[in-house]
Design a protein. Structure first.
Length: 95
């Protein structure tokens, strides 16, 4: 397995974990009281945008050649970390 493939798998695993957390928060919003539900739904919109951005960056990584992926690495890490931090904040707020 190449370094790029290993890195991609690591990021995919992180995103999978956070996607699952996003689904859990979505389910929680459905059963929350009205004021909490509204706030949580607003957070979910932000989380989905961050998820989409991270997934777009990951897709660019998948399509990058062995030499070019290193150039994408810092942007990908920022997007994935941003999504992860947003999920963590939402989890802390609503758990």
């Amino acid at each position: 397995m190449s370094e790029k493939d290993a890195y991609q798998k690591k990021l995919e695993a992180k995103l999978d974990e956070w996607r699952a957390e996003l689904q859990r928060l979505k389910a929680k919003a459905a059963g929350a009281e009205a004021d909490v539900e509204i706030e949580l739904k607003e957070r979910l919109i932000d989380l989905r945008a961050k998820r989409d951005h991270a997934e777009l960056r990951l897709e660019k990584l998948r399509n990058a050649g062995e030499g070019a992926w290193q150039e994408l690495k810092s942007g990908i890490e920022r997007a994935v970390d941003d999504f992860g931090q947003a999920v963590k904040r939402a989890r802390e707020r609503f758990d």
